[in-house]
Design a protein around this ligand. Structure first.
Ligand code: ASP
Length: 589
């Protein structure tokens, strides 16, 4: 019996074996009277060869890319000099005995065997073809490996996977809900979960102790490369735990996953407080693959006559300097472009100093003395050949701009290698953030987060000062996920809702069921969720979630393959007590 093998399996040592291969035509070549077909499946490509005497030779002459074949034959070594060292199967080929065309393919809108850039809309519309490409096969398999490793890890630690429903009451995670109209209850709606947050907390109240779920979440937000309307997270909750125990669990999970799926040893994660991350890196998700820490240089400019810096110092703002390795070779025009980039990040301007071998140049040379430049050099760790970029503004703005510029400089200097993985924890977040547009406060995490020890005192006096037991896991400048120790006492939960401006009636209407559950002996508990899509994206060295999601939405939240969302028959709307008032927008794909 010939052995059924995958198209990636044969090696030189298999010469002489009779095999059956199933796969797709990756490419056909007619060469020196012979027909060569590269047969592809999920594991690789094997060359099959038909000679002119073969009964199927004529049929094989008409084979096109993506036709589906079953081939039987004998593996043999390729003739000397015709090996292909870039393929694992490159030393071997299969001489065909039997050839069966199982199905024919239309000419594909793009070549599956083409590695270069393909229009993304086309890729999404013909996703089944796009997913045949080796890069997508590799990414989707890596996703499977990572999720499996996560499940194995939590299972070994006695966590129980529990499914939570998709049709729920709105539970806020700071985004807009997707709503599902109810047919049985006119005018009422389910919400799709933004996360299983309240349900996993209720599972702790139910006594399950350790919960995990590979959970689907939906948030109706504007999309970016690192955000899709629906996503998957590994969602975790534990009873009777400290913050340290949650961090240890999640960190061990990730280290296990990286070892198992990528064979990479990840060292213990450094821990930074939120304040430290902001001060040193200007962001709450620092990319630690490189140094280039921000230098706070108000002191250096004490007594300056340079009006911009002087007024920033007097108004309590910050002057922040950043090293740009090798930046002295930039032209004035390059620095102008960098200044424009800084403005996009929110800066009013930027001062640059180039430390050339032939002397120093600067956009503010009249105002910055040699002595101050020497101090800036040592504060930023700059050397001859480098440049220094300086931002002065209100502290938040100066840090924010410098932080984003630090990432941009890291990128330009090739310091952000996608194969390097630098994890860290960011801890002690402020409880509240202020919405820049409305001035309203909202929780930096969610309103079920417990304030840190000793922080309740600020609830009434100065809530913006209050710190939360909220932690983020960060990888290479991306937030992989957040978690917190939760409030488990009903009166404390009510106090937080009140601080957020909710009346008791509003609390009852939105969260009555949950506060009631807290009243029946809720244990102390805490947990976390990690975004699986982002984790896989970074593990695969990709820059877009669509590269690691089998069926993603495009930038405008459309599924181009299925053509969703799409209008539905009038009757279906009537059944749901709905009427469409907006005609479909033409060209909204
Ligand atoms: N529910 C939170 C989120 O989705 C995670 C958590 O607090 O466990 O971000």
């Amino acid at each position: 019996m010939p052995e059924r093998m995958s198209c990636g399996a044969l090696r030189a040592s298999d010469a002489g074996t009779s095999v059956v291969l199933n796969g797709w035509v990756n490419r056909r070549r007619d060469h020196g009277g012979l027909i060569f077909v590269d047969l592809r499946d999920r594991d690789g490509v094997t060359q099959i060869v038909l000679d002119p005497g073969h009964p199927s030779f004529q049929e094989a002459e008409h084979l096109r890319n993506e036709d589906v074949l079953r081939v039987s034959g004998t593996a043999r070594k390729r003739p000397g000099g015709t090996e292909n060292s870039s393929l694992p199967t490159g030393e071997i080929e299969v001489g065909v005995d039997g050839l069966e065309v199982l199905n024919r393919s239309q000419v594909p809108p793009f070549q599956v065997n083409f590695d270069g850039e393909i229009d993304e809309n086309l890729r999404l519309e013909y996703r089944y073809l796009d997913l045949r490409r080796p890069r997508m096969q590799r990414n989707i398999r890596m996703r499977h490996k990572i999720v499996k490793a996560m499940r194995d890890f939590f299972d070994a630690r006695d966590f129980i996977e529990i499914e939570t429903p998709m049709l729920i009451k709105s539970t806020p995670e700071g985004a807009r809900d997707y709503l599902v109209p109810s047919r049985l209850h006119a005018g009422s709606f389910y919400a799709l979960p933004q996360s299983p947050q309240l349900l996993k907390q209720i599972l702790m109240i139910s006594g399950f102790g350790r919960y995990m779920q590979i959970a689907r979440c939906m948030r109706d937000e504007d999309l970016r490369a690192d955000r899709q309307p629906e996503f998957t997270q590994v969602d975790v909750e534990m009873s009777f735990v400290s913050q340290d125990e949650v961090l240890e669990t999640m960190e061990s999970c990730i280290r296990y996953v990286w070892k198992t799926a990528l064979d990479v040893e990840v060292p213990a994660f450094p821990r930074l407080t939120y304040d430290e991350a902001m001060t040193r890196f200007g962001v709450d998700k620092p990319d630690l693959r490189f140094g280039l820490e921000l230098a706070h240089v108000n002191e250096t400019f004490a007594g300056t006559e340079f009006v911009v810096f002087k007024s920033v110092i007097e108004s309590g703002g910050a002057i922040v300097a950043l090293r740009y390795p090798g930046g002295a070779s930039l032209s004035r025009r390059d620095f102008d472009a960098l200044t424009e980039e800084a403005k996009l990040f929110g800066a009013k301007g930027m001062v640059w100093i180039a430390l050339g071998t032939d002397g120093t140049k600067s956009s503010a040379s009249k105002f910055i003395s040699e002595e101050r430049i020497a101090k800036l050099r040592s504060a930023t760790g700059s050397e001859t050949g480098d440049a220094m970029l300086i931002f002065a503004d209100a502290r938040d703005i100066a840090l924010g701009v410098a932080g984003r510029m630090r990432n941009a400089v890291g990128e330009r200097c090739g310091l952000r290698d996608p194969k390097t993985f630098s994890f860290c924890w960011v801890l002690d977040f402020p409880y509240l953030e202020v919405d820049a547009e409305t001035g309203k406060v909202f929780p930096a995490h969610h309103p079920f987060t417990s304030p840190g020890e000793g922080q309740w005192a600020f609830l009434k006096s100065d809530p913006l000062k209050m710190r939360a037991q909220h932690y983020d896991m960060v990888l290479n400048g991306y937030e992989l996920g957040s978690g917190s120790i939760r409030i488990h006492k009903p009166q404390e939960q009510r106090a937080i809702f009140e601080m957020l401006g909710m009346t008791p009636e509003q609390v009852e209407e939105r969260f009555g069921f949950f506060v009631r559950a807290l009243e029946y002996g809720a244990p102390p508990h805490g947990g976390m969720a990690l975004g699986i899509d982002r984790t896989v994206m970074l593990a695969c060295g990709e820059a877009d979630l669509r590269e690691v999601t089998a069926f993603p939405k495009n930038q405008r939240a459309r599924d181009l393959m299925m053509d969703a969302p799409s209008p539905v028959p009038e009757q279906l709307l009537r059944d749901l007590y709905l009427r469409s008032t907006t005609p479909e927008q033409p060209g909204s794909r």
